[in-house]
Design a protein around this ligand. Structure first.
Ligand code: AMP
Length: 402
């Protein structure tokens, strides 16, 4: 890694701005249902506390669309963070402004301040310079530990680094990027990639980049129907991207050309409506009834996929196999989680929905690595640089500057 990391920077007593990704899921009562993203940044925050830094933490939370909406306040996150750090966490009602600046000025060594949601301001998503300048305030060091948001060039990720002299990766960011590089540059072969989720268009770049790099690609989830339709199957009311038919055919032709084995489901669970009370049946993909929707992979596909993964030494997985949020359509995804857990391969799960599914299956401890990033993980799989990494200070720049 040619970017500065937290350990490369003299930190003692400094005012440090830390961008994290505390975009955690809440249950229906507003309680945090999974705090993995908080726990993942504890090494960085604790390190800064030990270095007697004045720690200013910033994150986005949900989609408040640039407006102050208390549904997306970080108040519940502050409480959980206090519990995890076993330490008082100060909380500002905003992330910029005179009151916040004063709170930051008054921070003592080792004290922690959590700023309110950066997405309460339009400037965050617009990567606005003035907003970034206000966020940066008088902070002396910037640490990015928000791997889950590193694919977005937003103000607290990108523009802010122009207003703080030194910008470095936190421990989580470093671990995520280094782990990915290792399996990407020199994986133990054969490598199999499993892709699911709703849309081919979201993952087109990834699939194209995978072909030529991996030995096998397995497709599940809603995107399977775009491929099936491209092969002129009847797919009933299943979700489909009609404008992606050519791309789907091209992907399959490209896979053949490069000797990449491309697996599509052979059966699926269909439902008469998209609802937990739906009537369901299992059909071969050639027999999807008119008016019914395919919402999960079927048992024959599970067996096929398990067989296909038998000889893999590295398995990458991103995207659920079906509409797993509904119990009736979650079997395929759960099955894949168990299959990976039992595999001898190195198993890497790309975050977002997939990590929730693995967690629900109780298999989190049995994966080799679970990334905290969904979009960021996909962007790495696409072979693209992450804006959150690009914005950090180059290693040789610090040396050159002394
Ligand atoms: P993505 O964000 O593209 O990974 O898509 C994940 C979403 O796709 C999840 O919310 C799933 O419920 C949904 N999904 C997966 N399979 C299907 C399907 N067959 N029909 C409709 N939605 C699906």
């Amino acid at each position: 890694m040619n970017k500065l990391c937290i350990e490369d920077v003299p930190l003692s007593g400094k005012r440090v701005f830390v961008r994290v990704d505390f975009n955690v899921p809440l249950d229906e009562h507003g309680n945090i249902s999974d705090d993995m993203r908080l726990r993942a940044t504890l090494p960085t925050i604790n390190y800064l506390i030990d270095e007697n830094c004045r720690v200013v933490i910033a994150t986005h939370f949900g989609r408040p669309r640039g407006e102050r909406n208390m549904k997306y306040s970080l108040a519940p996150v502050r409480k959980r963070l206090e519990r995890l750090l076993n330490k008082k966490v100060l909380f500002s009602g905003d992330c910029v402004g005179a009151k916040v600046e004063q709170m930051i000025r008054e921070l003592g060594p080792g004290q922690v301040l959590l700023l309110e949601n950066v997405r309460f301001h339009k400037g965050e998503k617009e990567n606005d310079r003035e907003f970034a300048r206000a966020l940066a305030g008088d902070c002396e060091v910037y640490i990015n530990d928000a791997f889950g948001a590193a694919h977005r060039a937003h103000a607290s990720i990108d523009a802010i680094t122009r207003f703080i002299p030194v910008a470095a990766a936190g421990f989580l960011m470093k671990k995520e990027v280094e782990y990915f590089d290792r399996i990407w540059e020199d994986p133990v072969r054969p490598v199999a990639a499993i892709l699911g989720g709703a849309k081919v268009s979201d993952k087109l770049g990834v699939i194209n980049n995978l072909i030529g790099r991996v030995e096998k690609v397995l497709i599940g989830g809603g995107m399977m129907f775009t491929f099936l339709k491209a092969m002129e199957y009847e797919i009933g009311n299943s979700i489909v991207e009609n404008d992606m038919q050519d791309e789907a055919r091209e992907i399959m032709a490209n896979a053949r050309k490069h000797g990449v084995k491309f697996y599509l489901p052979v059966d699926c669970v269909v439902a008469d409506k998209v609802d937990p009370s739906a009537e369901i049946k299992i059909v071969p993909v050639q027999e999807i009834p008119e008016g019914w929707s395919g919402l999960d992979i079927g048992p024959a596909t599970m067996r096929l996929f398990a067989e296909a993964l038998q000889d893999a030494r590295t398995i990458l997985w991103n995207g659920p196999m079906g509409l797993f949020e509904m119990e009736k359509f979650s079997r395929g995804t759960r099955f894949m989680a168990h299959t990976l857990a039992d595999s001898y391969a190195l198993t890497i799960v790309g975050g977002g929905d997939t990590d929730v599914a693995v967690h629900q299956a109780g298999e989190s401890p049995n994966m080799s690595y679970i990334s905290t990033g969904g979009g960021a993980f996909l962007q790495l799989m696409e072979g693209k640089e992450l804006p959150g990494m690009a914005a950090l200070t180059d290693k040789d720049q610090l040396q050159a500057g002394g």
